[in-house]
Design a protein around this ligand. Structure first.
Ligand SMILES: Cc1ncc(C[n+]2csc(CCOP(=O)(O)OP(=O)(O)O)c2C)c(N)n1
Ligand SMILES: [Mg+2]
Length: 559
């Protein structure tokens, strides 16, 4: 019998705080946990497993949080992570900040140093630490409150849409505690949008000649696709998304794809020509608007559940606090009551133009140096050879535009744009989490060589979990974003350039089969793998380091 089972078996008769925390979360439906076992989180993790949850160990705590984040973005459910106190928690911070900024609900179970252990090596101020990146610090207060504390952490994560770190002092964890059954409580339904605001927005939409709806993550979280499309049809609007919400309008004839730096030339032209923009759960940051240029000529109606998001980046003419789907429905109903229906921009000719001018239809010069592949050609080839039902997780770097521009996804929960904190190195973990959530489809981990190196520990995890993840490395042997930023200014860039590294060999050493790609034909084994993807595959694509996306210039603007 494994030692954990012995521990838990004995504890069944007299459960401890750790058991109560674990079994409470399992009882509330937690069935998947990512983490890395240490003495401070060992028993609680086993209690979750005994309660029916599956535990997936990462090789770095940052990877565990990225996996839970990817899992949560895919499933729409709160992710759960379990880590040791002190260094186990500090290792989570970068991924934790990404989850905070992406509004991902997570519960991170962490041990904590006993209050009296002033000289413990592990001692740091864990509350201030996680608070500094915007996560909520919660505590298991005592033996009698353990179950309620665990339930509160989970509920806060869902209500506040952010990570909650539940600290469990290691002197409290082994104390006997009463097992209390906690009933799940329904989450509140967001309040209906105010009728006056709906009426004002309807006035603006009625007068619109060239309307557009730009939907963001708020629309994804509200499952607003149907409601937004129905409203779009009624007012004759074009549809677009923020980079985070890519895929929301996949397949619709008047959908332009992503608004912002990644927008196709046609999409950018049409968006900038809008006279009314309805921002649906999108904060319209400088990425989505090209520093304001795409919304400059439009009256703006902004819808968000968070009042503070309205006008945060661009002044709104009409502000509506409300759920994206409920508000879109309310607007459509109001316009129907007013008997308003407009063709607006929805003409068959425009639908044809949109279909004919996707990014992949725009010509580019494909002339890479010998033994390298054009990074766009790689993305297009992957789009062709992978089945449409795929997920794509994108790391941060100069290469990030290629998957956003050329690799289509069929739904926004299959799109994990790990760039909320703009950290390099989180894409592989997120892809593994997405694949754990949906093992029946292929997940692409789109990485640069810099991001791949930062995430190396999780190659072992991908191999061990046998997840169907295609790890594609756009390998320019450089921190390309930095090279493209500084080389034009005449700065020496050698500090961000490297000799060619054999990532395929490194992957094989970690148990991940791999191929080096220098030409489209080298992708043939990927097609074979995609037909029956048992476990991960890595593609080390030696890309032309000279090709950079136009959007990068926008990214380098500091204003
Ligand atoms: C953790 C972290 N370190 C450093 C940076 C600064 N940075 C932004 S992009 C980039 C280069 C990433 O290199 P790579 O993954 O190879 O992608 P590339 O830009 O070459 O396409 C760096 C170092 C960052 N954003 N995050
Ligand atoms: Mg690179």
């Amino acid at each position: 019998m494994p030692p954990s089972a012995v521990t838990y078996g004995a504890a069944m008769e007299s459960p401890t705080v750790a058991h109560v925390v674990g079994s409470t979360l399992a009882g509330l439906g937690v069935d998947t946990v990512f983490g890395l076992a240490g003495s401070g989180n060992f028993v609680v993790t086993n209690a979750l497993v005994a309660g029916g949850a599956r535990f997936h160990s990462s090789r770095h705590e940052g990877g565990a949080v990225a996996m839970a984040d990817g899992w949560a973005r895919t499933t729409g459910r709160p992710g759960v992570v379990s880590v040791h106190q002190g260094p186990g928690l500090t290792n989570t911070l970068t991924s934790l900040a990404e989850a905070v900024k992406a509004h991902t609900p997570l519960v991170v179970l962490a041990g904590d140093t006993p209050a009296h252990a002033l000289r413990s090596n592990f001692r740091i101020d864990q509350h201030d630490l996680v608070g500094a990146v915007g996560a909520a610090a919660e505590l298991v207060y005592g033996v009698d409150s353990a179950a309620a504390d665990a339930a509160r952490a989970l509920r806060r994560a869902q209500l506040e849409r952010r990570p909650v770190v539940l600290m469990m002092p290691i002197d409290l964890a082994p104390r006997q505690a009463p097992a209390a059954a906690v009933e799940p409580q329904p989450l509140p339904v967001p309040p209906a949008p105010a009728p006056e605001a709906i009426a004002r927005a309807a006035d603006v939409l009625e007068a619109a000649e060239r309307p557009a709806i730009v939907a963001g993550r708020g629309a994804v979280l509200a499952d607003a696709r149907g409601a937004a499309e129905a409203l779009g049809e009624r007012i004759g609007a074009l549809l677009a998304t923020s980079a985070m919400a890519n895929g929301l309008f996949a397949g619709l004839p008047y959908a332009l794809g992503i608004s912002g730096g990644f927008a196709s030339p046609l999409a950018a032209e049409l968006l900038a020509d809008s006279d009314v923009i309805l921002a649906l759960g999108a904060t319209l940051n400088h990425w989505t608007t090209r520093h304001g240029a795409l919304v400059a000529n439009a009256r703006l109606i902004q819808v968000d559940v968070e009042p503070a998001a309205i006008g945060a980046n661009v002044a709104a003419d009409v502000a509506i606090v409300g759920d994206a789907a409920a508000t879109a429905r309310a607007l459509a109903e109001e316009l129907e009551a007013r008997r308003h229906r407009a063709t607006g921009r929805r003409t068959p000719d425009l639908a044809e133009a949109i279909a004919a001018r996707r990014w992949r239809d725009e010509p580019y010069e494909d002339a890479p140096p010998a033994d390298t592949i054009d990074p766009r050609t790689l993305a297009v080839a992957l789009d062709d050879l992978l089945p449409p039902d795929r997920a794509v997780a994108v790391d941060s770097g100069a290469f990030s535009g290629w998957p956003a521009m050329y690799l289509e996804v069929a739904d926004p929960r299959a799109w994990l744009f790990c760039n909320a904190f703009q950290s390099v190195g989180l894409g592989l973990g997120a892809a593994i989490g997405a694949a754990v959530a949906r093992p029946g489809r292929i997940t692409v981990a789109a990485l640069g060589d810099g991001g791949a190196f930062l995430a190396l520990p999780e190659l072992d995890t991908a191999a061990r979990l046998r997840v169907p993840v295609l790890i594609v490395v756009w390998n320019d042997a450089a921190y390309g974003a930095e090279v493209h930023h500084f080389a034009p200014m005449g700065d020496p860039v050698e500090i961000a350039q490297f000799p060619d590294a054999d990532l395929a060999a490194i992957a094989r050493g970690a148990g991940v089969p791999a191929h080096t790609v220098r030409h489209v034909d080298d992708l043939e084994p990927v097609a074979a793998w995609a037909a029956d993807p048992v476990g991960p595959l890595l593609v080390d694509a030696k890309v032309d380091p000279g090709v950079a996306g136009e959007w990068l210039k926008e990214a380098f603007r500091t204003g």
